[in-house]
Design a protein around this ligand. Structure first.
Ligand SMILES: NC(=O)c1ccc[n+]([C@@H]2O[C@H](COP(=O)([O-])OP(=O)(O)OC[C@H]3O[C@@H](n4cnc5c(N)ncnc54)[C@H](OP(=O)(O)O)[C@@H]3O)[C@@H](O)[C@H]2O)c1
Length: 258
C-alpha cells in the first residue's frame, strides 16, 4: 500500500524572518520543504528543528540570474515536484539613490524582481498541476506608495504586487491560490540588512502576526489577490491611493526619508 504523497513547499529566504516562519508553518500543515537561501548553516539548523519533515536544503544566491533555472534542474534531478512556492527572499537598501552602490542595486532588482518572476514562471506548471497549489509572494506596504530613501526597494515591491495580482486573476477558476502578502515594518533582520535603524523593536509587528494574516487569507474559500498586514498599514495604503501624489510623497518622506 502506498502512503499519501505529502505536498512540497519551496521557500526562498528560509534562513531568516518570514521565510523561516513560513517553513515552520507549512511543515506543521503536513508539507515537506525545499529550503532556499545563501546561508546553508541556517537552512540546516531549520531542517534539524523539523525532524518529522523531509527538508531538502538547496543553498542558492538568487542575485545570480542563472540561479532559478539551476534550482529547477536540481529539483528535476531529485524528482521533487513543488505544490507551494513562497518567494520570501528579498532585501532593501536604505539611502539616497545617487549614494547607492550600483552593483547592490542590480542585485536587489535581481533578487526582489528577477528571481521572483523566474521562479514563479518556472514552477507554474507544477503549481497548476497540484490540487493544493499556492503561490505566495512577499511584497510590502512599500508597494502602495513610493518610498524616498528606499526608492529601488519600493519600486521592486510595486512590481511584485502587480505581477502577483495579475497572476491571481489569470488563475481564477483553477485550484491554484495566488496571494501577495504586504507586511509593514516587522521584526526580522530586514532593517539591519538594509542599513536602517529607523524602526525600533516594539514599534513593529512580529513575524508570527504577519504570517497569521497570510494563512487567514489563504484559508478563505476565495482568497483575495493581496493582503496588507496590520490595520494602520491598511488605512495608510488606502489613503495613499486617494490623496494627491505630492502629499503622499511628503508623508512617505517623513516615514522613510533620510
Ligand atoms: N521585515 C520587514 O519589515 C518587511 C516588510 C515588508 C516586506 N518584507 C519582505 O519580506 C521578505 C523577507 O524578508 P525578512 O523581513 O524576513 O528579512 P530577513 O530576515 O533579512 O530575511 C531575508 C531573507 O532573504 C534571503 N536573501 C537575501 N538575499 C538573498 C540572495 N542573494 N539569495 C538568496 N536569498 C537571499 C536571506 O537569506 P540569506 O542571507 O541566507 O541568503 C533571508 O533568508 C523580503 O522580501 C522583504 O522585502 C519585509
Amino acid at each position: 500500500m502506498t502512503g499519501t504523497v505529502r505536498p512540497v513547499a519551496l521557500i526562498t529566504g528560509a534562513s531568516s524572518g518570514f521565510g523561516a516562519e513560513f517553513a515552520r508553518r507549512f511543515a506543521a500543515r503536513g508539507h515537506d520543504l525545499v529550503l532556499v537561501a545563501r546561508r546553508r548553516d541556517r537552512l540546516e539548523q531549520l531542517a534539524a528543528e523539523l525532524p518529522s519533515t523531509t527538508c531538502t536544503v538547496l543553498p542558492a544566491d538568487l542575485s545570480d540570474p542563472g540561479a532559478p533555472a539551476a534550482l529547477l534542474g536540481e529539483l528535476a534531478r531529485r524528482g521533487i515536484r513543488v505544490d507551494v512556492l513562497v518567494n520570501s527572499a528579498g532585501f532593501g537598501s536604505y539611502g539616497r539613490f545617487e549614494a547607492e552602490d550600483p552593483d547592490r542595486i542590480a542585485d536587489e532588482v535581481q533578487v526582489n524582481v528577477g528571481a521572483v518572476t523566474a521562479l514563479s514562471r518556472l514552477l507554474m506548471p507544477d503549481l497548476l498541476s497540484s490540487r493544493r497549489g499556492v503561490l505566495l509572494n512577499i511584497t510590502s506596504t512599500a508597494a502602495y506608495q513610493p518610498s524616498p530613501s528606499l526608492a529601488v526597494y519600493a519600486a521592486t515591491k510595486a512590481y511584485v504586487r502587480a505581477l502577483t495580482e495579475a497572476l491571481w486573476q489569470e488563475n481564477r477558476g483553477t485550484p491554484l491560490r495566488v496571494l501577495a502578502l504586504a507586511p509593514g515594518p516587522t521584526e526580522t533582520e530586514f532593517f539591519e540588512a538594509a542599513g536602517s535603524d529607523r524602526f525600533k523593536v516594539g514599534q513593529m509587528l512580529s513575524v508570527p502576526q504577519v504570517v497569521d494574516v497570510a494563512f487567514r487569507a489563504l484559508d478563505r474559500r476565495d482568497p483575495p489577490p493581496s493582503v496588507i498586514a496590520g490595520r494602520r498599514n491598511r488605512w495608510t495604503a488606502v489613503a495613499a491611493g486617494l490623496l494627491p501624489r505630492r502629499w503622499v510623497l511628503r508623508v512617505a518622506d517623513r516615514l522613510t526619508g533620510e
